[in-house]
Design a binder for this molecule. Structure first.
Ligand code: ZN
Ligand code: ZN
Length: 209
């Protein structure tokens, strides 16, 4: 049996600045009140490199995570400093399977302002925290929110990301609180999630940016 402790693993893939991992972990524990552990780094995900796009395929990395399982953790966030894509988008800041166990956060495009100028590190960390909390929200089954002043509002570019706040709207916040009051997800409940609600979504909706 898995324990009832809600534990989130934060795992770097390849070379990721330690401070970024710490900022992400601190936001997850401070804002969502979950226990967080930073795990030893996994190897650079060469297997997911797409030679035509010169980017890394987020879906392939998430699949690799499934085979690793991380059984002591309810949710696992992979952090990388590589350019991620999914086939329907030119790039993504992060990727998560709705209601699933694994998510990715890419720092690669967070370092520049919309005009191309470099951003201060405080802003880069704020963006990384937003992407991480947004993706973790998807793992706890939050959908995209219409409210512009909500962390779960979709952001397609850096400007959108800077415009959304680092907090959830009241509706999403209540949803998440409710969700976290329930038993932690274990392997069984995740299997059910995979086979029931997700099948009713289109393939585009199954993976949330
Ligand atoms: Zn919301
Ligand atoms: Zn999203």
């Amino acid at each position: 049996m898995s324990s009832n402790k809600r534990l989130v693993g934060v795992v770097p893939l390849g070379d990721v600045p330690e401070i970024a991992l710490k900022v992400i972990a601190a936001h997850i524990s401070g804002y969502y009140k979950l226990s967080v552990q930073i795990l030893p780094p996994l190897e650079h995900p060469e297997y997911a490199f797409d030679e035509r796009r010169f980017q890394y395929n987020a879906g392939i990395i998430l699949k690799a995570f499934e085979s690793m399982r991380f059984k002591d953790y309810e949710k696992v966030m992979g952090i990388l400093n590589l350019d991620l894509f999914i086939p329907i988008f030119t790039h993504v800041f992060g990727e998560a399977k709705q209601g699933g166990k694994f998510a990715l956060v890419s720092l690669f495009r967070l370092g520049k302002n919309p005009d191309g100028s470099p951003s201060p590190s405080s802003l880069i960390f704020e963006r990384a925290a937003k992407v991480a909390l947004h993706e973790l929200g998807h793992l706890f089954n939050l959908l995209h929110c219409r409210e512009k002043r909500c962390l779960m509002h979709f952001s397609g570019g850096i400007q959108d990301l800077d415009e959304i706040p680092l907090y959830l709207c009241r509706y999403c916040s209540d949803f998440l609180k409710n969700r976290l009051r329930r038993q932690p997800d274990n392997e069984e409940s995740l299997k059910k999630l995979d086979t029931i609600p997700l099948n009713r979504l289109s393939s585009q909706e199954r993976f949330r940016q």
